[in-house]
Structure formats: C-alpha cells, structure tokens
Design a protein. Structure first.
Length: 436
C-alpha cells in the first residue's frame, strides 16, 4: 500500500517523515521537492510519477502532504486516507500550518502509529482515537478503561462511546443538495442531476436509536401507496416522491433493516456527521432559468441581454445569486444596465458578473450590456462559453422530504417528544450552466 508519508512546508523542508517499506529511499523526499514543490510550472495533477515511484499529494494552506508508493495501489483510497488524516489533525489542533505541526509533531507520530500499519490505513475515526490518544499524549489507563476502549474499537458500535449525557436532547438535520444543469440556448435541458447530502448534529444522551423516513419511491411503494403516473413523481394522494438513483450511508446505518423494512435505522455518533449521500436525475425542480440573447453588431460591437427567472414558491427567497456572463477576449469596454442587483465587468475573468443579494420566487429580472470590441486580424469566431450561475435556495430541488424522525432510548427517562428536532433544506448550485 503506502510506502512512505511526508509532510513539507512551502520551502520544501520536511516536517514529518515516516517510511513504511524498504523500497522507498531518502531520495524520494528530494525528488518530490524538486519536481513538484520547486517546479518552474505549476503542477496541476495530484498524482506525479517520478522514476517508477508514484507521489499522491494534497495541499492544505502552505503545507504539502505526500504519500509515496512503488506499487499499483488504489488511488482513490490513498486520497481518502490523506483527507481523513487532515481531518483527524484538525480535530486535535485546529488549523494545519507549519507552527501547529512543529508544536504537535509527537502527537502526529502517535496518530500515524494508530492509523497506518505497514502502509495499510486502519481506524481513522476521530471519536475512537480521542478515547486513547489525548493532546498530552497517551495516558495510563486502568483495566476498566482499557476494556471499555477495546470494546468500543472492536465492538459493534465503535463510533459512539457510552455514558454521554446532555441537559437538553437536540437533533439537527440538514438536507443539502447541489443542482447540476446544462441547458441549451432554446431552454432545453441537456443534462441535470442533483447530488445530495444529509448532515446531522446529534446531542443525545445515552445510546439512542433513531428512525428516519424519506419520501423515496421504493419506500412509498413498500407501504402500499400506489404511484399515480408513469414517471413515478407523485403518489395517489398527490404527495411528491423522489426517485433516488444511488445512495451511500454512514457505517452506523443498519443496512439489513433498510433492505427489509425500507427504513433508515441507526445509532448516531455524538456530534456532527454525514448520514447519507444520494443522487437523483428525475423530476428536478430547477430554481432559476437564464434566457440569453447575444447579437453581434458588426465587428466592433456586441449586444447581450440576459433574462433571469426564478421558478419556486413566491414565499421563498433565493440568496447569494451570481450570474457570470462570458465576454470575448478582445473586449475593450462594457456598458451595463440591470434592473436588480449590481453588475460589473471583470477583465481578469473575461466576464460580466451580476450579483443579486435576494430574489423572491416567480419573479423576473434582466440585464442588458453593450460590449465594445477591438478589431483583430484573426478570423476565428468567438466560441461563446456558457453562462454559469451560483445561488442558494431554502428548499430541496429534488423534492426530497423528511417524513419523520423518531428517537428511542429505552434505558434513560426521555422519549421522542422530549427531543428538540430541527430540519433544514438547502439547495445550492453545482455546475449550473446555460449555453449562449
């Protein structure tokens, strides 16, 4: 697997060095410094091959973290480990910078001993690591504490320790969705999909079991609810359902219950975690639509008009709206007029950036621009890159809904009604583009 792990500062000096296999020599350290950190041209690829040695690297602030191997390894797994390792370090001493690494180098070596064994990644769960590795180093444990740690690491519920108590039991759930769209100039959807994440913050006492219900088509059909139309977007009662193409769960979810009962049942980790990831491509509610009109007036002038429409409930407000309209490379000047928000020509990006703080649903606004062009000898036509957009809306564009969220704790004296629950829906733009 991983032959060696090195951490460098921006000068290329080695801060942390750990070699796991004999085939990785000291010259590998210098090879990465010369060919990547001190390279004349910026190295864009995260994987660099030098003399039959592969260097997988990520960068955090001014720190380079590189995993070295001479074997044919799973690249995705190496990057997953590097990202997990940075998250573990951040949970121990905050920001990853040169000063923090020098102050905590003993702790980092202790962490590496636990999470990497002969180059193979082991348990990277922060909650488990913090039970027996503290900021002051390893403390001497009593036999009872050692047995508790062993049972947690090797037991069925390794992600949660026993004896957690809170004065107020609270559960926060965020449905975070990223909408990706490519639309033709005529308004035809060429491709669209939603990538969703369900984030939870759990502040619950004891060992509670949570049950989580969603309006998934499979779940609704299993409950005997007839689907009304062929597309599967609504039930017989008229309630919308979401067709999930694929999903991934946190290790705490009992997959056997999901397959048999189609309910998401789990004992949550303490604090913040990602419960689920999913992807859907059907019946997506597109929050915004951009209608572009580009007209070339001779060789030295161009007129651009962009109409922005919001396609959601009037009671909701879209925020952080930004429309980026590309301009030709030979643009000399731009005269702008927008009915809402502020627009500015950015020469460094070759684009007009139109920003709107807030916009209610079922509204329409527009921007007009007159672009002055410099005459060029090249006969090559402008390729017209697509108009891109950023936004945030307070609903799930896929139609995802939380039907219920229940908490059971038989050992302690609190019921589902005693738990304060908060559910929030956030829709954001992924790669949201309209061709000109």
């Amino acid at each position: 697997m991983i032959g060696g792990l090195f951490m460098y500062n921006h000068k290329g000096e080695v801060l942390i060095s750990r070699v796991y296999r004999d085939d990785i020599g000291r010259n590998a350290v210098d090879a990465f410094r010369v060919n990547v950190i001190h390279a004349r041209q910026q190295v864009r690829s995260p994987v660099t091959n030098i003399a039959r040695t592969s260097f997988f690297h990520i960068r955090r602030a001014n720190i380079w973290l590189a995993a070295v191997t001479k074997q044919n390894v799973n690249g995705a797994m190496v990057f997953e480990f590097l990202i997990r390792f940075t998250q573990v370090m951040q949970s121990y001493f905050g920001k990853i910078n040169e000063e923090n690494i020098k102050n905590n180098f003993v702790l980092i070596y202790e962490l590496l001993d636990e999470i990497l064994d002969f180059g193979y990644p082991q348990n990277c769960d922060t909650g488990v690591l913090k039970t027996f590795i503290t900021q002051m180093g390893v403390k001497s444990q009593s036999k009872e504490e050692q047995m508790q740690i062993t049972s947690q690491v090797t037991g069925q519920i390794g992600w949660r320790r026993e004896g957690i108590k809170y004065r107020r039991n609270e559960l926060f759930l965020d449905v975070l969705e990223y909408v990706n769209l490519l639309m033709s100039p005529q308004g035809q959807v060429l491709s669209a999909h939603v990538a969703g994440r369900i984030l939870m913050k759990s502040y619950l006492s004891g060992m509670p079991e949570c049950k989580f219900g969603i309006n998934d088509k499979i779940v609704m059909e299993s409950k005997g609810t007839k689907i009304l139309d062929d597309s599967g977007s609504r039930t017989a009662s008229g309630k919308p359902v979401v067709v999930i193409d694929d999903c991934q769960f946190h290790q705490c979810v009992k997959l056997s219950k999901f397959e048999t009962e189609h309910s998401i049942s789990f004992i949550p980790p303490d604090g913040e975690f990602e419960l689920m990831r999913y992807r859907t491509t059907k019946d997506i509610s597109l929050p915004f639509r951009v209608i572009p009109l580009v007209r070339e007036v001779g060789r030295t002038r161009m007129e651009v008009k962009a109409v922005l429409k919001s396609n959601f409930k009037p009671s909701l407000l879209g925020q952080k709206i930004e429309v980026k309209i590309p301009t030709p490379l030979n643009t000399a000047g731009v005269q702008l007029l927008c009915l809402k928000g502020k627009a500015k020509y950015k020469a460094s990006d070759n684009a007009i950036v139109w920003k709107i703080k807030r916009m209610a649903g079922m509204k329409e606004t527009q921007l007009s621009a007159e672009i002055d062009l410099l005459e060029t000898d090249t006969k090559k036509k402008w390729t017209r890159p697509p108009i891109s957009m950023n936004f945030e809306v307070p609903f799930a564009p896929s139609g995802f809904k939380v039907r219920y969220l229940k908490v059971f704790e038989p050992k302690l004296n609190y019921s589902d009604h005693d738990v304060v629950k908060w559910v929030r829906y956030i829709g954001r733009s992924g790669l949201y583009e309209t061709r000109c």
